[in-house]
Design a protein around this ligand. Sequence first.
Ligand code: F6P
Length: 504
Amino acid sequence: MNGKGPSVDSATGTEAPRGEVPRVSEPGGSDGYDFVVVANRLPVDFSVRSDGGVDWQRSPGGLVTALEPVMQHNEGAWVGWSGAPDLAHEPFDADGMRLVPVTLSAEEIQRYYEGFANDTLWPLYHDVVATPSYHRAWWDAYRAVNQRFADAAAAQAAQGAVVWVHDYQLQLVPKMLRDLRPDLRIGFFDHIPFPPIELFQQLPWRRQIVEGLLGADLLGFQRGGDASNFIRAVRRLTDYTTRGPIVTLTDADGRPGRHVRAAAFPISIDSHRFDALARTPEVQQRAKEIRSELGDPDVVMLGVDRLDYTKGIRHRIKAYGELLQDGRLDVERSTLVQVASPSRENVGAYQELREQVEGLVGRINGEFGEYGHAAISYMHHSYPPEEMAALYLAADVMLVTSLRDGMNLVAKEYVAARSDERGVLVLSEFTGAADELAPGPVLINPHDIDGMKDAIVAAAQMDPREQRRRMRRLRRRVMSDDVAKWAESFLGVLTALPHRSSHV
Ligand code: F6P
């Protein structure tokens, strides 16, 4: 394999996250890796060349930024899928990490990733804002693929290693891995909400999912409410005893066994890297250009999302269109920029959403747009971090209107970019970020279109002193709780837990 090197990441600078890099296990001594991350995707993108060879390129994600120093300090390996069908690779080294590709067939991608992960669990865990589909063949594929990830992790981990499993695609891995390797210390972090039992119990395989997760020693969630929802699911669906955040499992002979802890560890971004990027003269200049390309309106509003039905994009655009209709905003003085990056395009609900959003944008632009003054500038692409930082700086009002969101890192990026202490964050109550950041943002209920319209107008007209007061508060939070601190705190708790090898 030919490595192209970290060309994507170098754009954001190579400064390591601050803070102490945790040593998670004793170095050396046995074969295998002391720290193993298991996530659906590898932190690299693969592309197949015309001669059939394969290139890879680093993909800049928050998770890899946070975990890279831990990996480099601890003989780390990362087990994940390449993102392409039937791509089989030997493990390889990149930037001090061992990358271990897991191969998925086209049918597994359709059943495990697009099906069970993104058409069953994703809508179910996001308050059923779209209807989940339950198919036994998808469940079978989910189990089989989870087993493959568990086998790959078991093969890489050194005796007594720490293994950190990530997200809803891999909820069976903790138990599968413990069955294979009871010597390991296993953590799991759920990046999305964990649903209330009243919704979770719809899932035909709810008990297996709970048992799968309980294979971990430590379960991390975005909010305290998600951890409580999980504990309630354990109480309702199993006979295990729970005491506060601790679940006590039962040994093979029926006696109390291993303990599992469930707690909140709200994830963050590499705030300092983003802050530094937004201070560069190039990004500041680009922000000015963006405003001028938009026709120099008084107020630029911005939405940045994966094109996902959980993000409330339609609700936001509807509210904006009504404000133009009512004459409370006008296109010569205000504009909305909506970046909707392509996502999960083979899943029907995402295809329908794209049609609805693009139809709505077209109608509003047709009705209210003028030469040189589009009502909405809609982009269906993703942009590199420099352009995102410039957009955040160009935006007077940031609109995050999710119907349900585990955290929402866009809200935190906006804050990290605004060292000028200007700009207003309008934030849905239904995000993990709202739990953490209130009272700095203007909080909204995206289902309440009239309330959201009033909040948008209030944000657009907010006095600069009030903007500064709110943004200072937001920045204190976002700049101190960065993603490196998140990883340190999760791994700190995981490695401090008393370790008891057991098959329970
Ligand atoms: O946690 C949600 C998540 O899986 C993120 O990790 C990821 O950035 C996003 O959804 C999109 O995921 P994917 O493109 O792998 O479906």
